[in-house]
Design a protein around this ligand. Structure first.
Ligand SMILES: [Zn+2]
Length: 226
C-alpha cells in the first residue's frame, strides 16, 4: 500500500521516454522495452557477441542485453547514462538484465564482475564509471560481487571513435593492469562494459585477465553495436 502512495507522490518514470510507467517492472515502460527488443544471446553460447571475439578471446558466455541502433530509445538511454549524469540508469539496466539471466539460470557461477575501467581522470570528470554501474546492478540480481579494484586503467587513451579495430587495439593494449591476481586464480570472471563496438577494449582487458591461472572468462554488455 505504502509503495502505491509513494508512486502517487513520486511517480515512476520511464528512463527512456520519461512517461509514467507501472511499478515492479523494468526501468523502462513496456513500449520502450519492446522498441529496444532485448536480445536472446543468453540462450545460446554461440551468438553475434561471441562471434565478435572469435579468435581473440576464449569465452564461456558472451552476451549483451540489446542490439544497438541509432535514433532509438536505447541510444537515448545510453547517451543519458554516459553524458547526462545518470548513473542510476546503468544500475537499473544491470538489475533488469541480471533478473532475466537469473531466471534463465545463466552466469549463476560468476565469482566476480569486473567492469572495463575508465581512467581515473575521466571517472573524476564524469563522476562514475557507467560500466561499473551496470556491473553493480548485475551483481545485485545475480547475487555476486562487482569490484573495480582488480582491473585498473593506467594509461589515458584518446578517443576511440573513427579508428579501425587494429588501431583501437594498439591504442588500448597496454592501458590496463590487473591487481590481486592470487584472489582471482581459478575464478569465473564476468567482464562488463556499456557498449561493445569493435570489442578492442574488452579484448585488451580480457587478455590481461586470461593471464591469471585457471581463470574462466565471460563478457556482458548493455548493447552490441554494428
Ligand atoms: Zn518509455
Amino acid at each position: 500500500m505504502l509503495k502505491y502512495l509513494i508512486d502517487i507522490i513520486y511517480p515512476h518514470l520511464c528512463a527512456a521516454c520519461a512517461e509514467r510507467k507501472p511499478l515492479e517492472e523494468s526501468c523502462m515502460c513496456m513500449s520502450c522495452y519492446h522498441e529496444m527488443a532485448p536480445s536472446s544471446y543468453h540462450e545460446t553460447t554461440e551468438n553475434k557477441v561471441k562471434d565478435r571475439f572469435f579468435g581473440r578471446l576464449k569465452l564461456e558466455y558472451a552476451i549483451s542485453y540489446f542490439n544497438f541502433s541509432k535514433k532509438t530509445a536505447l541510444q537515448h538511454l545510453i547517451h543519458k547514462l554516459k553524458y547526462e549524469n545518470s548513473p542510476e540508469i546503468g544500475r537499473e539496466l544491470g538489475r533488469d538484465y541480471g533478473r532475466l539471466l537469473r531466471e534463465a539460470q545463466v552466469l549463476s557461477d560468476i565469482d566476480y564482475i569486473i567492469p572495463v575501467p575508465l581512467h581515473p581522470r575521466k571517472k573524476r570528470i564524469r563522476g562514475y564509471n557507467q560500466a561499473e554501474m551496470f556491473g553493480q546492478g548485475l551483481a545485485e540480481s545475480l547475487g555476486t560481487l562487482c569490484s573495480s579494484t582488480y582491473l585498473v586503467r593506467t594509461v589515458h587513451t584518446k578517443t576511440q571513435t573513427r579508428k579501425s579495430r587494429e588501431d583501437r587495439f594498439a591504442n588500448v593494449q597496454y592501458a590496463f593492469q590487473v591487481n590481486q591476481k592470487e584472489t582471482l586464480k581459478g575464478k569465473h570472471l564476468l567482464l562488463v562494459d556499456d557498449v561493445i563496438t569493435t570489442g578492442a577494449t574488452m579484448e585488451a582487458c580480457g587478455l590481461h585477465l586470461q593471464e591469471i591461472e585457471d581463470v574462466r572468462l565471460s563478457v556482458a554488455a548493455i548493447a552490441l553495436a554494428g
